[in-house]
Design a protein around this ligand. Structure first.
Ligand SMILES: Cc1cc2nc3c(=O)[nH]c(=O)nc-3n(C[C@H](O)[C@H](O)[C@H](O)COP(=O)(O)O)c2cc1C
Length: 374
């Protein structure tokens, strides 16, 4: 039992989260405050912060970390703050520091990266059910707001269902299910299993958010129908097209400019901004390699504006000249072909590889692997 009177399950989902269908995923270095402002403007109904390392967050000698990962504002709601942790007391201490400024605290049980293995958190806890129970339960009992969790699936659906039920019984009031197993990362990413998500949703009483396989706006309804989930969460789809939830694919220069303008009002780390611009501009950069190289080097917001303005001029000129040709077609696999100045998903092949491997090299060098948490 919780010692606090608080809304639970569907009551929480309806009254606090507004029965949200469109959820912005937690993304290390990428779902920061400025990005959340942009994503909400284009339809995100609930946003997650990037994963915050509970122990580092509580470390009084590391104020820089706290400033880097945690910043919010009056209109940044509904907001769910995500932590990774392996010590219930430390998790509670970290969560208490943010509970007045958010609507729920989430436990990351999905991160499959090496850093999570070394740090003993994320998906590397998924075989320690007692520990997971305690991590969730301590927040359920002691926070004034609900606790939620984000998991990956197991290869066996029956095990995933048992796992999800255990998390529910620990006090989680909402569960996000990323329909991939722990090994599905990098070049092995592949497809998420919506059928597993459907079975988990059927088995639980709390709201379930489905995560994985959302490239286009149309995929959202397909996913809701296939899984019966209450909402869907998007990470990469949103990064490449921040307007995905609004059902539009705007020109890349428009999204970049709006984002940079938000960064003028909300202090944002240059490395985060750079990461976003690389993703928004991704389809256009192979055609403007000089801009790509400069984007990797510039270090101020002002320089990013200047670079973006130069790219905007070039792209608008091309768009103007090829006006008749801007109709959206589909390739042999049914993927839409957008002109390269339009925000569009980073389509991966069956094996999980990006179609345009070469162009990605610079971008992936920008965000250190150790910080990623896909
Ligand atoms: C850049 C990036 C950072 C991520 N960081 C986190 C994170 O902090 N916490 C988390 O639970 N998942 C993280 N993920 C995983 C996503 O939340 C999501 O589960 C995964 O990308 C699948 O969703 P998608 O198909 O919409 O991309 C990250 C993904 C990306 C692309």
């Amino acid at each position: 039992m919780s010692s606090h009177q608080k809304l639970q399950g569907y009551e929480f989902y309806r009254k606090v989260l507004g029965s949200a269908n469109y959820v912005l995923a937690p993304m290390v270095d990428q779902s920061e405050y400025a990005w959340r402002i942009l994503s909400r403007r284009y339809g995100a109904q609930v946003c997650y912060t990037p994963m915050i390392h509970a122990k580092m967050f509580c470390d009084e000698s590391n104020k820089q970390y706290r400033t880097d990962v945690w910043s919010t504002g009056k209109y940044d709601r509904p907001l769910i703050v995500q932590f990774c942790a392996n010590d219930p007391e430390i998790l509670l201490k970290a969560a208490l520091k943010v509970q007045a400024q958010c609507d729920a605290v989430d436990l990351n049980l999905g991160c499959p990266q090496h850093i999570a293995r070394r740090g003993h958190y994320g998906s590397f806890l998924q075989d320690e059910w007692n520990l997971i129970f305690n991590l969730i339960n301590i927040l359920h009992k002691n926070l004034s707001i609900p606790v939620t969790a984000k998991i990956r699936v197991f290869p066996e659906v029956e095990k995933t269902i048992k796992y999800a039920k255990m998390i529910e019984s620990a006090g989680a009031q909402l569960l996000t299910v990323h329909g991939r197993v722990r090994e599905q990362k990098g070049h092995k990413t592949g497809l998420a299993d919506w059928e597993q998500i459907r079975k988990v949703k059927e088995a639980l009483k709390i709201p379930v958010i489905s995560n994985g396989n959302i490239l286009y706006f149309e995929d959202i309804q397909r996913c809701l129908d296939a899984t019966g989930a209450d909402g869907i969460m998007s990470a990469e789809g949103n990064l490449y097209n921040p307007a995905i939830f609004a059902g539009i694919n705007p020109p890349v220069w428009q999204m970049a400019k709006e984002y940079l303008e938000i960064c003028q009002t909300v202090p944002t780390k240059i490395s985060y901004i750079r990461g976003h611009l690389f993703k928004i501009y991704r389809p256009a950069l192979p055609y403007h390699t000089d801009i790509r190289e400069q984007l990797a080097k510039v270090n101020t917001l002002e320089e990013m504006f200047t670079l973006s303005e130069e790219l905007r001029k070039r792209l608008m000129k091309t768009a103007e000249e090829s006006k008749e040709d801007s109709e959206i077609r589909k390739d042999e696999n049914g993927f839409k072909i957008f002109p390269y100045w339009i925000c569009q998903p980073n389509v991966r092949t069956e094996s999980g590889n990006s179609k345009k491997k070469k162009e990605e090299t610079i971008e992936s060098n920008i965000v250190p692997e150790t910080l990623q948490c896909e």
